[in-house]
Design a protein around this ligand. Structure first.
Ligand code: PLP
Length: 407
C-alpha cells in the first residue's frame, strides 16, 4: 500500500505539503514540555547542581526541591505519604519494576494476571516471566475494551502474586474498572498494580480511594520531559529494589537522583492538577467535535471503545477500506500528526493487539487512526483535521482495491 500510495499520489502529496498547518494530535505518544516545567528544571543543571546525598549546604539546594517534587507527585495521585513515590526513568521502568519487584519479593508466588489490552511495557513481559518460571493469565475484553470482573475472580489462584490492570488504555482511552478489580484482588490476598501512564494528568487519579498498591506514571505524557517517571508503592508493600547500589530512593532504586527531571515531574504534576478541569471540559469538547465531524463527513467510519468510559483527550477511529499507515502518510504531508492502529514501529505492520482483542476485524484494525489531544490543542487544530482528512480518505478509497466502489 505504501508503494501504491507514494507512486499514485506523488502530486497530491506535494500539494498537501504546501499547506502545512502542523497539527499535533498525538499526545498519547508524547507531549510538549510546558514552559513552566522547563523553567522549573533549568536551574538544577547550572546553579543548584549538587548531589542531593552530599553533606554540605550546597547539596540541600538540590535535596529540598527533590523532596518537594516527590510531595507534588504524591499530591497529584493522593498518595498518603511522599515516600511512597519512587522516581524512575519512564513508565516502562515503573511497570517492569512493579511486576518483577513484587514477584522477587514473594518467591513462592508464580502467577500474574493482566489484561489483553495492556501496553507492551506490561503485555510483553510474559516471555520473560515464563523464563523465570512464572505463569501469566491475560483477561479478555469486550467490544468496548472492558474486562469482565468475573473472569478476574476466576483467574486468581493460590499462587497469584499480582494483578496488573491499566487505568486507561493508550490506544482507545478506555478507562478500566480499577477500583472494583483492586477490591477483588485484595479479597484474595493479592497485590494490585495499575499502569496509569495514560490516566495521570488527564483524569483524577486517587490511589487511596481506589486502593491500588502500585501505580506507574510517566512524565512525558503530561508535559514533563522524556526520561522521568515514577512508581507509587503503597507503604508496607513488599517489593525488591529495582537497582542495587546506594541508598537513594529509600533503597528502592540506587543511583544518583536525577534532580532536574524529578523537579520537572513535580512541576508538571502541579500544573496537571490545575488543568484537570480543562481536560474534562474544553479538551473533551474538542475531542467530541472532532469525532462528530469526522463521523459526519466520512462514511463507513466508527469510534472504538466505550463511549462514556474514556479519557477526554483520546479518539480511536476506524475507517473502512483504507490502511492507517497510508492515512498517516498523507496526514503527515498535510502537517497533521496522529497514530495508526498498527504496531508499525516494530516493523511488523501487525494490527494493534488492543483493537484485535476488542474483536475488530484485521482490516478494520489496520484502518484505524488514534487522535490524542492535550491542553495545547485548539479549535484550529480540529478544523484543520476536519478539512484535510475527509478528502484524504476519499482519495485513498478511490485507489484501494477494497474501496466501497469496488465491492
Ligand atoms: N504504559 C502506557 C499505557 C503507555 O501508553 C506507555 C507509553 O506510551 C507506557 C506505559 C510506557 O511509558 P514510557 O514511554 O514512559 O516508557
Amino acid at each position: 500500500m505504501f508503494f501504491l500510495v507514494s507512486s499514485c499520489l506523488r502530486g497530491y502529496i506535494r500539494r498537501l505539503q504546501s499547506v502545512k498547518p502542523m497539527v499535533y494530535a498525538d499526545n498519547n505518544a508524547t507531549t510538549r514540555v510546558a514552559d513552566e516545567v522547563l523553567a522549573a528544571m533549568l536551574p538544577f543543571f547550572t546553579d543548584a547542581y549538587g548531589n542531593p546525598s552530599s553533606m554540605y549546604e550546597f547539596a540541600t539546594e538540590a535535596k529540598k526541591p527533590l523532596e518537594h517534587a516527590r510531595a507534588q507527585v504524591a499530591a497529584l495521585i493522593n498518595a498518603g505519604r511522599p515516600d511512597e513515590i519512587v522516581f524512575t526513568s519512564c513508565g516502562t521502568e515503573s511497570d517492569n519494576a512493579a511486576i518483577f519487584g513484587v514477584l522477587a519479593a514473594m518467591p513462592a508466588k508464580k502467577h500474574v494476571v493482566m489484561t489483553t489490552v495492556e501496553h507492551p511495557a506490561i503485555y510483553n513481559l510474559d516471555e520473560e516471566l515464563g523464563r523465570r518460571g512464572c505463569r501469566v493469565t491475560k483477561l479478555a475484553v469486550n467490544r468496548a475494551g472492558l474486562p469482565n470482573l468475573d473472569d478476574l475472580r476466576a483467574a486468581i489462584s493460590t499462587d497469584t502474586a499480582l494483578v496488573s490492570m491499566m487505568w486507561a488504555n493508550n490506544e482507545t482511552g478506555v478507562i478500566m474498572p480499577v477500583a472494583p478489580a483492586a477490591a477483588i484482588a485484595h479479597g484474595r490476598g493479592v497485590l494490585f498494580h495499575t499502569d496509569a501512564v495514560q490516566a495521570v494528568g488527564k483524569i483524577p487519579v486517587d490511589v487511596q480511594a481506589t486502593g491500588v498498591d502500585l501505580l506507574s506514571l510517566s512524565g512525558h505524557k503530561f508535559h514533563a520531559p522524556k526520561g522521568v517517571g515514577a512508581l507509587y508503592v503503597r507503604h508496607g508493600t513488599r517489593i525488591r529494589p529495582f537497582f542495587v547500589g546506594g541508598h537513594q530512593e529509600h533503597g528502592r532504586r540506587a543511583g544518583t537522583e536525577n534532580v532536574p527531571y524529578a523537579v520537572a515531574l513535580g512541576a508538571a504534576a502541579d500544573l496537571a492538577a490545575t488543568f484537570l478541569k480543562d481536560e474534562a471540559t474544553r479538551v473533551r469538547a474538542l475531542r467530541d467535535q472532532l469525532e462528530r465531524g469526522l463521523l459526519e463527513r466520512i462514511p463507513h467510519s466508527s469510534v472504538n471503545g466505550d463511549p462514556v468510559l474514556r479519557t477526554p483527550n483520546t479518539s480511536s477511529i476506524s475507517f473502512k477500506f483504507v490502511e492507517g499507515e497510508a492515512i498517516l502518510l498523507l496526514m503527515s504531508a498535510a502537517g497533521i500528526c496522529a497514530s495508526s492502529g498498527s504496531a508499525c514501529t516494530s516493523g511488523s505492520l501487525e494490527p494493534s493487539h488492543v483493537l484485535r482483542a476488542m474483536g475488530l476485524a484485521h482490516a478494520d484494525a489496520h484502518g484505524t487512526v488514534r487522535f490524542s489531544l492535550s491542553r495545547f490543542s485548539t479549535e484550529a487544530d480540529v478544523a484543520a483535521i476536519l478539512e484535510h482528512l475527509p478528502p484524504i480518505i476519499t482519495r485513498l478509497r478511490a485507489i484501494s482495491p477494497f474501496g466501497p466502489k469496488n465491492k
